[in-house]
Design a protein around this ligand. Structure first.
Ligand code: SF4
Ligand code: SF4
Ligand code: SF4
Length: 326
């Protein structure tokens, strides 16, 4: 009996931090199961392979491409389109590909503002000639091209058709192995599914909720929270009510609040708005009517609303980006 042919996997990183690449190795000895199932035909972080090698592959010759990172320049857009053409199944791997991720917070600025801050207008940069990167430049040896930087970070599915989403910043090893096994066994759910449970982080969290209202919002360094009680009910903003589970509430286990990396709960498109609504219900605004309770004062204690409520999902949200004055 002939052995089952091995699958062909590809991995690529676009506008990402590299953590998702490391997460693939974090599966420890399960990597041996992955290797037994599949050959890796493209993985720039680990293999010496050129883009032209991928361009020469027949269309749909890669079984699954795991693509991490959002799309913020023309090289990443080219690779997203190329890998879409070459792969039968494209998985948006991690928060950045799924929702835009932390790099997507740069959508509060455009290319000009970012270049000003990075290359021109900061105290640690010495750039008297005001040189900023140019996509094309002439040197004695010829013309050099570097990727063109875009104004906006986009999620993978804002650029190409995506088959599945593996959430998390980065996805946990358990979720990665489950996804790979489901792919290998042909047990994947319908196209477009987020490969995670339907419950929220709160549903997985062992902390006790007492339906308490809060009268002060604390930043994590301002108090030492009680380990057995809900962080939100102790005044620390925890995105658990508005975030899909699947991580076994691992941040809360470390006495830190959930920051929302798994993205919105099922059937919710706007994670930030869902959390603002959850927060409003715990502030006890209704009960305080007619007293000297001042909700604006309480809300002003949220020091970084965008980074708190939209840390991973600004490009995928209805807000998407800040409108810039031209
Ligand atoms: S999802 Fe998180 S770990 Fe993965 S590339 Fe983005 S920032 Fe890094
Ligand atoms: S809000 Fe946070 S700490 Fe409270 S139950 Fe939900 S996940 Fe746990
Ligand atoms: S607790 Fe929240 S931030 Fe932490 S891994 Fe889970 S979903 Fe991500």
């Amino acid at each position: 009996m002939s052995a089952q042919p091995k699958l062909k996997f590809a991995f690529y990183w676009a506008a990402s931090c590299g953590g998702c690449e490391v997460a693939v190795l974090d599966v420890d000895e399960a990597i041996l199961q992955v290797i037994a199932l599949a050959d890796i035909v493209f993985w720039p972080v680990a293999m010496d392979i050129k883009y032209k090698d991928v361009e020469e592959m027949p269309d749909k010759s890669i079984d699954v491409c795991f693509f991490n990172g959002g799309v913020r320049n023309d090289e990443q857009e080219h690779l997203a389109k190329l890998l879409r053409a070459k792969a039968k199944t494209l998985v948006a791997f991690g928060s950045c590909a799924h929702l835009g991720g932390v790099p997507g917070l740069a959508n509060v600025a455009d290319k000009k503002e970012i270049f000003n801050t990075v290359y021109l207008d900061n105290p640690s940069t010495n750039n008297p000639d005001g040189v900023v990167p140019q996509p094309l430049c002439k040197v004695p040896e010829g013309e050099l091209k570097i990727p063109e930087f875009y104004d906006t970070v986009r999620t993978l599915d804002q650029v190409v058709d995506v088959d599945y989403y593996l959430p998390g910043c980065p996805p946990t090893p358990k979720r990665i192995v489950e996804a790979v096994m489901a792919i290998a066994k042909g047990g994947l759910p319908p196209k477009g599914t987020v490969l995670g449970p339907l419950k929220s982080v709160c549903d997985e969290c062992p902390r006790k909720k007492e339906d308490k209202k809060i009268s002060h919002i604390y930043r994590v360094y301002e108090i030492t929270p009680k380990p057995e009680k809900c962080l939100l009910e102790q005044g620390i903003i925890c995105m658990g009510p508005a975030t899909r589970g699947g991580c076994e509430a691992q941040c809360i286990d470390a006495n830190m609040p959930c920051t929302g990396c798994n993205g919105p709960c099922p059937k919710v498109t706007e994670q930030g708005a869902a959390m603002i609504s959850a927060l409003a219900s715990i502030l006890g605004v209704e009960e305080e009517k007619g007293t000297d309770f001042n909700p604006e004062k309480l809300i002003a204690q949220v020091k970084d609303p965008l980074g708190t409520f939209y840390r991973y999902a600004l490009p995928a949200s209805i807000l998407r980006r800040k409108v810039m004055k031209k």
